[in-house]
Design a protein around this ligand. Structure first.
Ligand SMILES: Cc1ncc(COP(=O)(O)O)c(C=O)c1O
Length: 438
C-alpha cells in the first residue's frame, strides 16, 4: 500500500525521531476491537504490540468503554483533591501488592514515574548512601534522570557517571556454563556493593524488556535479594514494561520472589490510558522533601479520568483472569516462535517469557540488519499484523486477553511476512523515514 498525500504531509510535519513502527506504516488506523486494529478501508491488523505494551485489555473493551464514557461526562481534572474512585483504586493497589508496599502516588508517564521514584529515594537515603545504580542493558525512560540511569547522554549534558551492574545475559553460552555465568555476575555485583559503600539503591527491571527480553534465573534473583539486604541496598523495581500480568503474575517481581522497596507501575496497568503510579514503603515515599506538600504531585498525575482507566483496567484484568491467560498462551507463542526460528536463519536467537517474545535478527552487517528489520516490519503490516521492531530486535506483546485464534492468526501472518522478506530481500529506501510500499 502506498502512502497517501495526508500521510506524506503528516511525515513532513512530525518530528523525525518517532519510532520505526510509524516509519514503516503507510496506514492510518481508525479504530480497534479486542486484539484487532482497523484502517479506513476496514482492513484488520492483529495488534501484536498492544499499543506499546499498554493495551492489556485490548482495544475498546465494552465494559471499559461504557465506564469511561460515563466518567468523561463527570469530571476531567481537579488536581490532587479526593474523588470516590481514588480511595477505591488505592485500596485495590494496596491489596494487590505486598504488605510493605503501602503508599502510592499517580503519574502520567513512565519516565516521570521513574523520576518520582528517584526523588523519593534521594529524599530518604542519607547523603553518604545516595548513589543509585542500575543494570547494563536496562531502559528506564527518556527524561534526564531516567536516561542517566543507563548512560544515555545528549550533547552538552554533563557526564553521567552511573555504575551499571552486569545483567547475566546468557545468550550463546552452553547450558552447563549458564549457572556459572550467573554466579560470576553475582560475584561482580557483590564486589561493587562491598567496594562502594555510597551505593544506597539499585533500580532494575526483573526482565529487561527493551533490552531484548533478557531474564535471569529465580536463583539469581534470590541471591541478588540477599546481597541487597546484606549491603543495605534498596531495590527500586521498574515494572513499566514487563509488569501487570504479562509474565503470568500480577507483577514481574512476584515471579522471582523479589522484595522491592519501591515499584514503578505503568503501561499495561492503565489499559492504554496514560496513567501510572509509584508504590513503596511509607517511610521512603513520605521522606522529605518528596514527602513535603507538593513534592510528589504533578499537574495531571491522578486526574479522575486516568484513575478511572486504571481502576477499570484492573477490574477487568482480575475478572477475566488475564495473568493466567497470558501464562496459558506462553506455550502457543513459544511453539510458533520456535517454528519461525527453525524456518528462517535470519532469526539469530529468540526469547519467550509469558506473553512476550523477542526475536534477535541478524542479516549481514548492522545496517543491513536494520534495513531487513524495517522491511520485515512493513511486510508484517501488509500481511495484517502490527509488530514492534527496533534495530535488530523484533518484539511481540499482544493484549493479555487475545484469543488463541487471534494469536494463531497473527503468528501465521507473521510467518508469511518472514517468507516474503526472505524471498524479496530488504527494500531500498532513499529516506529511512518516508518509506515506499513493499
Ligand atoms: C522499563 C521501562 N521503563 C521506563 C519507560 C519509560 O516510559 P515512558 O515512555 O512512558 O516515559 C519504558 C518505556 O518503554 C520502559 O519500558
Amino acid at each position: 500500500m502506498l502512502r497517501n498525500q495526508a500521510s506524506v504531509e503528516e511525515f513532513e510535519l512530525l518530528a523525525s525521531g518517532v519510532t520505526p513502527g510509524f516509519a514503516a506504516a503507510p496506514y492510518q488506523f481508525t479504530h480497534g476491537k479486542g486484539a484487532r486494529l482497523f484502517d479506513a478501508d476496514n482492513n484488520d491488523y492483529i495488534d501484536f504490540c498492544a499499543g506499546t505494551f499498554t493495551n492489556s485489555i485490548g482495544h475498546a473493551h465494552p465494559i471499559a468503554v461504557k465506564f469511561m464514557q460515563e466518567r468523561i461526562a463527570e469530571l476531567w481534572n481537579i488536581h490532587d483533591y479526593s474523588t470516590p474512585l481514588r480511595i477505591k483504586l488505592l485500596r485495590l493497589l494496596n491489596e494487590m501488592t505486598p504488605e510493605h508496599i503501602d503508599t502510592f502516588q499517580f503519574y502520567t508517564g513512565g519516565s516521570e514515574t521513574i523520576e518520582a521514584g528517584l526523588r523519593a529515594l534521594h529524599s530518604y537515603l542519607p547523603p553518604e548512601r545516595a548513589k543509585i545504580v542500575s543494570f547494563a542493558g536496562a531502559y528506564h525512560g527518556k527524561t534526564l534522570g531516567s536516561r542517566q540511569l543507563f548512560g544515555w547522554q545528549f550533547p552538552g549534558e554533563s557526564d553521567c557517571d552511573i555504575t551499571r551492574l552486569p545483567f547475566p545475559d546468557k545468550f550463546g553460552l552452553p547450558a552447563e556454563q549458564k549457572n556459572a555465568y550467573e554466579q560470576h555476575c553475582l560475584e561482580l555485583i557483590e564486589s561493587y556493593f562491598a567496594n562502594d559503600l555510597h551505593i544506597g539503591a539499585v533500580i532494575y527491571e526483573p526482565v529487561l524488556g527493551a533490552g531484548g527480553n533478557l531474564n535471569a534465573s529465580p536463583l539469581f534473583w534470590k541471591q541478588f535479594n540477599q546481597l541487597c539486604k546484606q549491603f543495605g541496598v534498596l531495590q527500586f523495581v521498574d515494572e513499566i514494561c514487563v509488569g501487570f500480568g504479562r509474565l503470568g503474575h500480577d507483577f514481574s517481581f512476584q515471579q522471582y520472589d523479589i522484595e522491592p522497596d519501591l515499584v514503578a507501575f505503568a503501561k499495561g496497568i492503565g489499559g492504554g490510558f496514560p496513567t501510572m503510579c509509584i508504590g513503596g514503603r511509607k517511610e521512603i515515599i513520605n521522606a522529605k522533601p518528596f514527602g513535603e506538600k507538593g513534592g510528589a504531585s504533578t499537574t495531571f498525575g491522578g486526574n479522575p479520568l486516568s484513575l478511572a482507566a486504571m481502576y477499570i483496567t484492573i477490574q477487568i484484568y482480575q475478572q477475566e483472569q488475564l495473568a493466567a491467560n497470558a501464562k496459558d498462551l506462553e506455550t502457543q507463542l513459544k511453539d510458533h516462535v520456535e517454528k519461525l526460528a527453525s524456518a528462517f536463519p535470519d532469526i539469530f536467537d529468540f526469547r519467550v517469557t509469558g506473553l512476550m517474545a523477542t526475536l534477535n535478527l541478524k542479516h549481514g552487517t548492522e545496517e543491513e540488519t536494520k534495513r531487513f528489520a524495517l522491511t520485515l516490519h512493513r511486510h508484517c503490516l501488509a500481511q495484517g499484523v502490527k509488530v514492534m521492531t527496533f534495530d535488530h530486535l523484533f518484539r511481540i506483546a499482544p493484549p493479555l486477553n487475545i484469543s488463541t485464534t487471534d494469536l494463531d492468526e497473527g503468528l501465521n501472518r507473521m510467518f508469511a511476512a518472514f517468507e516474503l522478506t526472505t524471498q524479496q530481500g530488504a527494500v531500498r529506501t532513499d529516506s529511512e523515514n518516508l518509506c515506499p510500499s513493499v
